[in-house]
Design a binder for this molecule. Structure first.
Ligand code: PLP
Length: 474
């Protein structure tokens, strides 16, 4: 589908394609108990003709208005997952708590504004994510800055804005001490260490040390804690550990609580006023029907119960419990709509259907062999009688979004909705083959608002410089 050029004068939001549609329920592996267990956004449904609707908007209308590929983000799902974390923390942890959105999952002004409204904080990893967080209205005291190789400029930006800096290594400490004379007040710090718990989605191991580029080795903690106690510019108020991503097991998170409580005792023993323990993110989501992640409530209740018990056993005052979910907050809120183009049938082997996007808007399948679920936008319930391979349009044989999927017979011009694309798609998108990044729209109760303009091919030339001696002479 051709996409309308978006000029600088275009309003940031556009009229809704229609009022909220009357919707029929939509059976697509939805599990009302927790948004991270749904395959599709919680506001998904079918209109009277059986076409896919999300947030009260027909996906085919959105594709016509905004072009394809199109990232569609359902506000209700995002708000509901924020509330699930917030409410579960309040219900299952006896002390104070705060969920921070790991904005690496999908960083934008609109998402920041929504999670800030829901009372969450935010984890940023670069000046870009930090500026997006501040620009989207996230209060600096609810932001933490991560990174295993922060630049002096990133550290200065964070320290001057009053953002908590997560110390990852000695270089962070050196750079911050150099900045100290220019700072009006001590820098709030969190210390990241490797907890010796390694997760690979469906299994985990416990080791003394971890081969990880992130954080201090646990054996270094006494030295770091001793050093920080002598730094007048430093105020160490938190400890952090993160064990992995797309994790379905609860036991590693349970075990992490004990490791962190030990570190808390150690840090307080050095006289640091540590009030925050940040247990990272990592809860998995359902990408395909066979995925069976725990609910947000089960994850939070495990973490909260284990931490409260570990502190009780060690006679420690309860810290504030922080966690940093990314994927489980935003993945299921996202759907990507593509237009199908060419078909190549190789008799006896396979049939390729190509879409107008691929690895540049969703690098997860080619990078991690990630699986997805998809439906035809206007015939989601028609008999899926043909098994096809859905390929992207990039010049790479591995650019395949869905290696094997049963669909109703589909032709060029049909629209395909790929579900659970809200995390690590837009944020990991590239311009490979000089393909522009898609637009993103936020949908809610029949309203659609543009939250990310579509790049145009001409935009991709903006940073090219052609030396004068190479300029063609006409
Ligand atoms: N915190 C840190 C430090 C991370 O590295 C990540 C991602 O890997 C997250 C939080 C978010 O993880 P997830 O999206 O799996 O919840």
């Amino acid at each position: 589908m051709s996409s309308e050029p978006v000029t600088g004068t275009e309003p940031a939001s556009e009229p809704a394609p229609q009022a909220a549609l009357a919707q029929q329920p939509f059976e697509s592996g939805c599990d009302a108990s927790s948004p991270n267990r749904n395959l599709a956004p919680i506001s998904s449904g079918l209109d009277a003709e059986g076409r896919l609707v999300v947030g009260g908007c027909r996906l085919s209308d959105l594709a016509r208005t905004y072009g394809t590929p199109l990232y569609v983000l359902d506000e209700a799902t995002l708000r509901s997952s924020c509330r699930a974390y917030r409410d579960a923390l309040a219900a299952s942890y006896p002390g104070p708590s705060l969920a921070l959105y790991a904005s690496k999952a999908n960083s934008s002004l609109a998402i920041t504004a929504l999670v800030a409204q829901e009372g969450l904080g935010l984890d940023a990893v670069s000046a870009g994510e930090l500026l997006t967080a501040l620009g989207g209205g996230m209060p600096p005291e609810r932001i933490v800055l991560h990174g295993n190789n922060k630049s002096p400029e990133e550290l200065a930006l964070a320290a001057q804005a009053g953002v908590t800096v997560v110390l990852d290594n000695w270089r962070d400490i050196e750079l911050l001490s150099a900045l100290a004379p220019s700072l009006a007040q001590p820098v709030r710090l969190m210390l990241r260490f490797t907890p010796g718990i390694e997760c690979h989605t469906h299994e985990y191991i416990r080791t003394g040390h971890l081969d990880s580029k992130f954080g201090f080795d646990p054996e270094q903690l006494p030295q770091v804690l001793g050093h920080l106690a002598s730094c007048s510019w430093a105020r160490l108020t938190g400890l952090h550990a993160h064990i992995g991503s797309q994790i379905f097991e609860l036991q590693p998170h349970h075990d992490l609580a004990g490791v962190m409580a030990d570190a808390l005792a150690q840090a307080r023993g050095h006289g640091h006023p540590v009030s925050d323990l940040n247990v990272g993110g990592g809860l998995g989501i359902r990408y395909v029907a066979s995925d069976d992640p725990p609910t947000i409530q089960a994850w939070v209740s495990t973490v909260a119960g284990a931490l409260a018990a570990a502190c009780r056993e060690r006679g420690l005052d309860l810290p504030r419990l922080l966690c940093e979910p990314g994927r489980s907050l935003v993945a299921t809120a996202g759907v990507t709509v593509y237009e199908l183009g060419s078909r190549k049938a190789i008799p006896g082997l396979r049939t390729y259907l190509s879409v107008d996007g691929g690895m540049s808007d969703n690098p997860r399948p080619i990078t991690y062999q990630s699986q997805y679920t998809a439906l035809l936008v206007d015939r989601p319930t028609a008999e899926a009688s043909e098994t096809v391979t859905v390929a992207g349009k990039h010049c790479e044989s591995g650019d395949v979004l869905l290696p094997e999927i049963a669909l109703p017979p589909a032709t060029s011009g049909d629209l395909l909705a790929v579900f659970a694309t809200g995390a690590y798609n837009a944020s990991m998108a590239s311009n490979y083959n000089r393909i522009p990044r898609p637009a993103a729209v936020l949908v809610h109760e029949g309203q659609a608002e543009l939250v990310q303009r579509r790049e145009q091919p001409e935009d991709l030339l903006r940073y090219d410089v052609l030396p004068a001696r190479l300029t063609p002479v006409i």
